[in-house]
Design a protein around this ligand. Structure first.
Ligand SMILES: Cc1cc2nc3c(=O)[nH]c(=O)nc-3n(C[C@H](O)[C@H](O)[C@H](O)COP(=O)(O)OP(=O)(O)OC[C@H]3O[C@@H](n4cnc5c(N)ncnc54)[C@H](O)[C@@H]3O)c2cc1C
Length: 368
């Protein structure tokens, strides 16, 4: 018979959010085990994103996204400095390429200020040309607190930190199913090469794109509390050669995403994306035919983009809670008050700015 391990706190999912929660639980004195289905941490959304430290500009005032992004950004800059995580406060331009778009910048400025991001600066076309000579715009905003981060190094630091406080990470350990025990706590069945069963007192579901599947596999959790799930894929193309940009450059946002923008990785490589396409399941296939729409979108603010300069990069998938055409939902942190199961926290819809928010979100997770 398989032995049943007795564990204290279990976090399902070794992405940036699961690791940040594991670290926070470990710092709070819990004995934490992270169960990660894949052979590497952060194999899904946490390594398929823009790696931008967002300022907290666009989100509805008072939303968790706004609050956790603004608080998480400062925490993240401090944490990166303390733990030696590569990052850079490069700043970002939001540019209007037509006079009709300038009014949208007004709205962005107001929303940012409501969210506590008071450092945006108005730029005239001439100032943009000085800062980023290859960008064509009629006006814009500069966000000096936006930055970039090496997300893999961030996850490695969270893991080191959590392990230094007693946490353990089990790779190749997919949760297959679980049960809410009447006596309190949970019984978990874990698959992989060396399957095992375990009991724990505290359970955090940070399974990202499959958080709803994990929740559905927990017998005793009321199914009506599990939100619907939707997926919106984004493609990234990289720019061959040296980047002509020193900052991130974003057009004014489009429904469902932030528009095809320029980001830089820590090596200075420029990449464009992500676009938005709604899909039925988790499928990272790259659709190269999207290149045409990228060239068109990018040339509105970077007219010198030459034919053939874009190379297919990678895709990422946003865990959405509403279908195409609906306004973006907020992060959902569902604790016992919402679902009635003591000791269980489900995290749903942790799309952007989840990377920026991770440390602040982890603190809130402990209070939920
Ligand atoms: C295209 C795109 C661009 C983005 N850009 C940014 C950005 O620039 N800045 C920003 O702040 N945010 C950004 N985000 C958001 C950010 O990437 C996510 O919020 C964050 O990575 C989510 O982390 P996570 O840990 O919740 O999920 P994930 O990284 O998906 O981790 C979940 C983990 O759970 C594991 N898992 C799943 N099921 C099980 C199971 N049954 N048992 C065990 N393990 C399991 C998975 O293998 C996975 O490793 C972006 C997102 C996308 C999609």
């Amino acid at each position: 018979m398989m032995e049943t391990l007795e564990l204290d706190a279990v976090v399902i999912g070794g992405g940036v959010v699961g690791l940040a929660v594991a670290r926070a639980l470990a710092l709070a004195g819990h004995e934490v085990t992270v169960l990660e289905a894949e052979s590497r941490l952060g194999s899904h959304t946490s390594s398929r994103n823009s790696e931008v430290i967002h300022a907290g500009i666009y989100y509805p005032n008072g939303s968790l996204k706004a609050r956790l992004c603004v608080a998480g950004k400062e925490r993240l800059y401090r944490y990166c400095a303390e733990m030696g995580v590569p990052h850079q406060r490069v700043g970002k331009l939001i540019v209007a390429t037509r006079d009709e778009e300038v009014v949208a910048l007004d709205g962005i400025l107001e929303k940012a200020s409501d969210n506590g991001v008071g450092d945006l600066e108005w730029l005239e076309a001439r100032q943009i040309a000085e800062l980023e000579p290859s960008v064509k715009a009629v006006g814009g905003l500069l966000s000096p607190s936006t930055g970039i981060i090496d997300s893999h190094e961030f996850m490695a630091a969270l893991r080191r930190d959590a392990e230094a406080h007693g946490a353990q990470v089990a790779l190749n350990s997919p949760l297959q199913s679980g049960e809410v025990l009447e006596s309190g706590g949970f019984e978990l069945r874990v698959g992989g090469g060396e399957p095992f069963t375990a009991r724990c007192r505290t359970l955090v579901n940070a399974a990202g794109l499959t958080a709803q599947n994990v929740a559905r596999s927990l017998r005793g959790l009321p199914p009506a509390t599990i939100p619907r799930q939707y997926f919106a894929k984004g493609h990234y193309f990289t720019l061959s050669g040296r980047s002509p940009f020193r900052r991130l450059v974003y057009p004014v946002p489009v429904p469902g995403g932030l528009g095809i923008h320029v980001t830089l990785d820590m090596s200075g490589q420029a990449r464009f994306g992500p676009d938005v396409s709604w899909i039925d399941g988790i499928d990272y296939a790259f659709d190269e035919s999207r290149a045409a729409s990228f060239y068109t979108a990018i040339r509105t603010y970077f007219p010198a983009l030459s034919d053939g300069a874009l190379t297919p990069g990678y895709t990422g998938i946003r865990p959405k809670l509403s279908p195409a055409g609906s306004p973006a939902d907020d992060f959902v942190l569902q604790g016992p008050v919402a679902h009635g199961v003591p000791g269980l926290l489900n995290l749903y819809g942790i799309e952007s700015p989840g990377l920026t928010s991770a440390l602040a979100l982890a603190d809130l997770a402990l209070e939920t």
